[in-house]
Design a protein around this ligand. Structure first.
Ligand SMILES: CC(C)(COP(=O)(O)OP(=O)(O)OC[C@H]1O[C@@H](n2cnc3c(N)ncnc32)[C@H](O)[C@@H]1OP(=O)(O)O)[C@@H](O)C(=O)NCCC(=O)NCCS
Length: 225
């Protein structure tokens, strides 16, 4: 789905809920997000607008919209840009945030955020490709997607979640802590070297991945029981 032009950040994000779906069902409660009250502090033309954001597992039909969401961040080397085929192949790792709103009697909808959980070993996964459309930043969408991915990690019985990011404060707010090095033993490191995945190469801090990781911080979250 191509993201539609949406009313913009001024409309606020009153609620973020999770759609009933195979992955989301384990965490089907409404996601609590810091969000402005739609009735306050809003320009007049948005006063009657209702904006709703729903989290759901991504579908193949979302792959192009995910690529579009990531593109501006990939151009600035904040995220790794991927070929469309990779988004199709990895689609089941993604949660997406879909926004729907009414403005001037017209209903518009489209993807406003995405994020993926990539399993790397028995107990560890990486949060990757977490991106919120620039006109919807700072309305709690990123936190809601990250919480969803962390719930999925718990459901999968994982103990640790890694991320490589410039957004240190954002991830620290979820309990991620800065780490040095690669948090796996030598035997696992050697096994993981067999992967062709660029994110795994970054996790292992391989020389060929250095241009992608420059300036990023390595962070790890230990999941509670
Ligand atoms: C990181 C990213 C996903 C955050 O998305 P976001 O939707 O803006 O995140 P949130 O709105 O949930 O939180 C951002 C900040 O806005 C604040 N915020 C949330 N709701 C708010 C509201 N209604 N009003 C004002 N501020 C608000 C939060 O407190 C948060 O501050 P914190 O980071 O100090 O906790 C986004 O900046 C992004 O796409 N970055 C580029 C890609 C990237 O770096 N991804 C991470 C590596 S994979």
């Amino acid at each position: 789905m191509t993201p539609a032009t949406t009313p913009g950040a001024e409309t606020g994000t009153p609620t973020v809920t999770e759609a009933a779906a195979p992955v989301a069902s384990a965490v089907s409660r409404p996601v609590s997000v810091a969000a402005p009250d739609v009735a306050t502090g809003m320009p007049d033309r948005f006063r009657d607008a209702a904006w709703r954001t729903v989290l759901r597992p991504a579908r193949p039909a979302d792959a192009r919209a995910i690529a579009e969401l990531v593109r501006p961040y990939a151009e600035r080397r904040i995220l790794i840009g991927k070929d469309l085929i990779n988004y199709f192949e990895d689609i089941q790792e993604f949660t997406v945030a879909e926004g729907t709103g009414r403005l001037d009697g017209t209903t518009e909808s489209g993807l406003i955020g995405c994020g993926a959980l990539h399993v790397m070993w028995d107990d560890i996964a990486e949060v990757r490709t977490l991106a919120v459309r620039r006109d919807h930043l700072h309305h709690g969408v990123g936190h809601a997607i990250l919480n969803n991915l962390l719930d999925r990690a718990r459901t999968l019985g994982l103990r640790r979640v890694f991320c490589l990011t410039f957004e240190v404060d954002f991830f620290a707010a979820h309990g991620f802590k800065e780490i040095q090095g690669t948090p796996v033993g030598t035997d696992i490191f050697v096994e993981m070297l067999r992967s062709h995945d660029d994110g795994v190469a970054e996790f292992l801090d391989l020389a060929r991945a250095k241009p992608n990781t420059l300036g990023n911080t390595r962070m790890l979250l230990e999941l509670d029981d």
